[in-house]
Design a protein around this ligand. Structure first.
Ligand SMILES: Cc1ncc(C[n+]2csc(CCOP(=O)(O)OP(=O)(O)O)c2C)c(N)n1
Length: 554
């Protein structure tokens, strides 16, 4: 590899080194300062570059790819305010532990602090939100330069995929010309003579990650042995949670975002908070947990609580944990099952499973009794009809899937790091690069917030189900609904827009779902299918109330 100018050399080396770590999905928004990086990633044989019109959406797309595949995607943007548009996805990636590589393109030092156009301090712009940040460039043609570029990329990928994973920034400083020429009509440059490397397939520094099997504290093992507890599976492995529960004879409560719910685990715990006989003596939590207020109540109980996370993250919003164990869920289960005999008495677990199944039946009866669609039914039926991957928006949809979906596909993704309603469409598109049968479920405001995401090119196929209850109805569940003046205008913010028009504008396959049977077959499109589900908010509130009444008798 050679290059006609230093900026092209820098861009080619960075893109090439990233691909050697397995990064293939690149996304960029148009710009001039980023030209060298965009051209290099469009020209490399091992990349797939998509263009997006909006940097915020582009970054969420990259987040979705990283989330679903575990391999970071690289997002490229031009200098100035474009960089700031990456921030929403960066904070979500930082909070949720999702690998993400930002290639922010910058103007050279001589243009900084001069009032030059589109120029701002970009180095370290993301501050504590990134796991690593470095400047590369402007390209200096010296023998050691290329090695420095490549090993800096290695460091960035190592940090992005480290423990915990997260976002990293490489700020690429480019002097003109940024097209692959020595003279672009405005500026000239000497060709970059030093070899760019790139022989063989390996990166300069290959990365390895070893998961260490933990040694557990003896008092923890004794407590687990002596108590009747529950295993709570948050953002973790439902298989490991099941194995642990089976071994200990404890019920396993699987939050919707863990995926993999089925009849052999507890899924309707949200409706069992009133059952005193089900109060546990101990809780083992796997990964981040606490989508619903009832789960938060359980996690806040004054009983021994163990938090288990592969990165040792402090996931304890109720400040009630007694142990923080840095272990992946499978290793934790293996060590526990080595130390403790398998439980033979299943009475405690059976009581939980019996109550769970009874509550589910009652809710199903109420929900199936309506001839119109309710949010609860949409959540239950969409989750059940999704083959492998479901992406769920913050606000009511994730709470409803948590409360009413007894079966969920293997993978459920939700941006719960910071629970923003932003970037939903783009995150779903990013996730769909790994599964063409992906289904997204969100509210109408969440959908509208990121409809620019639909301007992405080469969109993977997917189904988007939008629960259109005319505004942000989650606020109706909060005290403001009773106490705030002008509640609708200030909180619910109904927009009065017809989503069919937006579907037409974006050339989507539009389906209007008005009756329960319209949600039978939802996947199987080779484009983007928008399933628009209008929900009457008044009737929906009544249905929620009726469900509450019905389960209080169990
Ligand atoms: C970026 C961002 N802005 C604002 C909020 C606050 N917020 C939480 S829920 C919500 C309303 C969402 O409405 P919709 O998507 O229609 O879902 P619904 O509440 O009806 O389920 C808002 C604005 C947020 N979480 N994230």
């Amino acid at each position: 590899m050679t290059a006609p100018n230093p900026s092209t050399a820098l861009a080619r080396v960075v893109v090439d080194e990233l691909t050697r770590h397995g990064l293939s999905q690149f996304v960029a928004a148009p710009g001039s300062r980023s030209a060298a990086a965009v051209i290099a990633s469009a020209s490399h044989p091992d990349t797939n570059l998509r263009m997006s019109l909006d940097e915020r959406s582009a970054a969420f797309f990259a987040l979705g790819v990283g989330r679903a595949s575990g391999i970071p995607s690289a997002v490229i943007c031009t200098s100035g305010s474009a960089v700031a548009n990456l921030m929403p996805a960066v904070v979500e990636a930082a909070a949720a532990g999702v690998p993400l590589v930002l290639l922010t393109c910058d103007r050279p030092p001589e243009l900084h602090n001069t009032g030059a156009n589109q120029t701002m301090a970009q180095t370290g712009f993301f501050d504590r939100q990134t796991r690593f940040a470095a400047d590369l460039g402007p390209g200096e043609d010296r023998p050691e330069t290329v090695n420095m570029w490549r090993t800096t990329v290695d460091q960035a990928v190592s940090a992005a995929m480290g423990s915990p994973p997260g976002p990293v920034q490489i700020n690429l400083v480019f002097r003109e010309p940024t097209s692959p020429v020595t003279d672009d009509g405005r500026a000239t440059a000497e060709p970059f003579q030093s070899p760019l490397g790139g022989e063989g397939a390996r990166p300069s520094v290959s990365l390895g990650f070893v998961s260490i099997v933990p040694e557990l504290p003896q008092d923890l093992i004794s407590d687990v042995d002596a108590r009747r507890g529950v295993v709570v599976c948050g953002e973790s492995s439902p298989e490991a949670a099941r194995s642990l529960g089976d071994h200990l004879g404890w019920p396993v409560l699987i939050e919707a975002r863990a995926g993999g719910r089925s009849d052999d685990v507890v899924t309707a715990y949200q409706h069992l908070g009133h059952r005193e006989d089900l109060i546990p003596e101990m809780v083992i939590r796997l990964g981040a947990a606490g989508v619903s207020s009832s789960m938060l109540r359980l996690l806040g109980m004054d009983i021994p609580q163990v938090m288990v996370d592969p990165h040792g993250r402090w996931l304890d919003p109720m400040r009630s944990a007694a142990w923080s164990i840095r272990a992946d869920a499978h290793s934790f289960w293996r060590v526990m099952s080595d130390k403790l005999p398998r439980a033979t008495d299943t009475t405690w677990r059976d009581t939980w499973l019996g109550a769970d199944s009874e509550v589910r039946k009652i809710i199903d009866q109420v929900v199936d009794g309506y001839d119109h669609l309710t949010s609860a039914r949409v959540a239950r039926d969409v989750a059940a009809a999704t083959p492998r991957t479901l992406v769920v928006g913050s606000s009511l949809p994730i709470r409803d899937v948590d409360a009413f979906s007894w079966r969920t596909p293997h993978q459920v993704v939700s941006n719960r790091g910071l629970s923003g309603i932003d970037g939903f469409v783009s995150t779903t598109l990013g996730v769909a690069t790994t599964d063409p049968m992906t289904v997204g479920l969100c509210g109408d405001l969440t959908f509208l917030h990121d409809n620019n995401g639909l301007l992405l090119e080469q969109k993977p196929s997917l189904t988007l189900v939008v629960v259109d209850n005319r505004g942000g109805r989650m606020f109706e569940e909060l005290p403001h609904a009773r106490h705030a003046p002008q509640f609708d205008r200030l909180f619910t913010t109904p927009h009065g827009r017809d989503l069919a028009i937006l579907a037409d504008f974006h050339d989507l396959e539009y389906v209007l779902a008005e009756a329960p049977e319209d949600l039978g077959e939802i996947t199987g499109t080779d484009s983007i299918r928008l399933i628009h589900v209008p929900i009457d908010p008044v009737k929906d509130r009544e249905a929620r109330e009726q469900i509450k009444q019905a389960v209080s008798q169990v």
